[in-house]
Design a protein around this ligand. Structure first.
Ligand code: NDP
Length: 479
């Protein structure tokens, strides 16, 4: 009989933690417990990918009505009913949370609806007052959105709050230029909100292929999003709390002042930008990044080391400096994507419970940004690849048949980065409706090490947008 209460104690009931717990209990026969202080399903299911994607779908229907008229349909888009949609959205999230709980119970995992704190290398204290021991502990506590460190930042919301808005704002200012900022800018614009976005850098979506970023930015402006790059927020106050006289001069001469109250309150928020504009917005959304959930968990006390961003430091097997403690998912700040956390969870179980040391393969992970149009990407950007070796760039941009027929300006982009040395496709970047679906499949070829000639000998599926990926004959340039 084991000296411990459990073989495995998982802290965090998100995608990674739940998968690891289920597989360890269900397939490896381990005695497993899991603690979750909030809702089961974690960021992805409750306040991330899933509700976001449902909002992406919701936001697409308005434009469809417009396009349908070009195809002969007598359709007029009506008003979007946020309360109807969010009611259905919340029911769906309740259902999914139930599914997660059932999956855990069905695998024989004991669950604690509690916050867990590490006491030593094998012991966890729960907020219920219980203390449990385990041979292995897996920390899968994810991350949370952060506001910038500036006065009155609490007046703004973060992505978690979007799904709980009682009404849809008329206007929103989004700060940031990453995945979350750009996705919500497109979603909210599609739902009829006047969207302004400030990004401090020269171009949104830092780290992605430059031409893809450029087309996404153009497309976002075509959607009516007022996208200001090289711009940040300087000050924010509740408009009702700001002295009108101080706000009435020319913007460049005006400094905020006379703010009588910093309490939460209601009403529009008055914002001053680095380019001098002063504007009121119903809501300000900070999409300024996320931070790992490692605070007040007793991690450092038991010897687990944290990196500069507060992330848990792990080796290739997700093992921390304390041999019995592992960590997976966003809390380790490696590649912060749900399917990666799940992979890390599976690799952990394989390593620890099947005796088969399995490092996590973080190479060539396909991913998508659910802007409108979407950006699907796998492998190196042109900029990364040309720094690495001589390359050929194959690229095409065109107006796709469906929206061109409706006389819409929409463009798509297909791009392949090819090694001159061995002809391997080093990167594939697609900006197009449903690019997320396309890149999943292109990702298989790239992961297999396909060459440009492998793409070329694949027959086109006609007429589709994605056929262009196998019909680009001549490189646009070499680098
Ligand atoms: P990101 O790190 O991608 O983006 C944060 C943005 O905020 C950047 O543009 C950053 O600018 C900016 N920023 C940071 N601090 C400040 C500041 N003080 N003032 C102004 N701007 C600031 O974070 P997200 O929150 O968008 O997403 C977090 C992670 O979640 C992603 O990296 C991704 O892994 C995951 N995710 C994945 C999705 C998907 O797969 N579709 C969807 C949503 C999230 P700068 O570029 O200059 O640093």
């Amino acid at each position: 009989m084991s000296a411990f209460d459990y073989d495995l104690f998982v802290i965090g009931g998100g995608s990674g933690g739940v998968r690891a717990a289920r597989v360890a209990a269900g397939e490896a026969g381990a005695k497993v417990a899991l603690a979750e202080e909030d809702r089961y399903g974690g960021t992805c299911v409750i306040r991330g990918c899933v509700p976001k994607k449902l909002m992406v779908f919701a936001s697409g229907y308005g434009a469809m009505a417009d396009e349908a008229t070009a195809y002969g349909w007598d359709i007029t888009a009506g008003a979007f009913d946020w309360s109807k949609f969010s009611g259905r959205l919340n029911s769906e999230l309740d259902r999914l949370e139930g599914v997660y709980r059932k999956l855990l119970a069905g695998s024989g995992v004991t669950t604690y609806d509690a916050r867990a704190r590490l006491v030593d290398a094998h012991t966890v204290a729960l907020s219920t007052g219980e203390t449990v021991t385990a041979k292995h502990i897996l920390v899968a506590t994810g991350g949370r959105p952060v506001r910038p460190d500036m006065p009155n930042a609490h007046l703004g919301i973060v992505s978690d709050d979007i799904f709980h808005l009682e009404t849809l704002p008329k206007s929103i200012l989004i700060i940031g230029g990453g995945y979350i900022a750009c996705e919500f800018a497109c979603i909210l614009a599609g739902l009829g909100v006047q969207v302004t976005q400030y990004y401090r850098g020269a171009q949104i979506l830092r780290g992605f292929d430059e031409e893809a970023r450029g087309l996404i930015a153009e497309s976002m402006r075509d959607l009516g999003i007022k996208l200001h790059t090289g711009t940040n927020i300087v000050e924010m106050h509740r408009a009702a709390d700001v002295d009108d006289d101080l706000m009435s001069g020319p913007a460049e001469d005006v400094q905020f002042g006379g703010a009588t109250s910093e309490a939460p309150g209601t009403g529009p928020i008055r914002v001053k930008a680095t380019h001098g504009a002063i504007e009121d917005f119903d809501v300000v959304l900070f999409a300024t990044g996320r931070t790992p959930n490692t605070a007040d968990m007793g991690l450092e006390g038991v010897g687990v080391t944290l990196g500069r961003a507060g992330q848990i430091e792990v080796d290739a097997y997700s093992q921390t400096k304390v041999p019995s403690i592992y960590a997976i998912g966003d809390v380790t700040d490696r590649v912060n994507l749900t399917p990666v956390a799940i992979r890390e969870g599976m690799a952990f179980v394989e390593t620890v419970f099947h005796g088969n040391p399995t490092p996590v393969d973080h190479a060539l992970i396909p991913s998508a940004v659910f802007t409108q149009p979407e950006l699907g990407t796998v492998g190196l950007t042109e900029e990364q690849a040309r720094d690495q070796e001589p390359i050929e760039v194959y690229c095409t941009s065109f107006r796709p048949m469906q929206t061109a027929f409706a006389e819409k300006p929409n463009r798509v982009l297909m791009k392949l980065i090819v090694s001159q040395k061995n002809r391997t496709v080093l990167g594939c970047h697609i900006v197009a409706p449903n690019a997320g679906e396309m890149i999943q499949l292109a990702g298989i070829a790239v992961k297999m090490g396909a060459t440009k000639e492998d793409f070329d000998r694949t027959v086109a599926v006609h007429p589709t947008m994605s056929e262009e990926i196998v019909t680009m004959r001549k490189p646009m340039r070499t680098a």
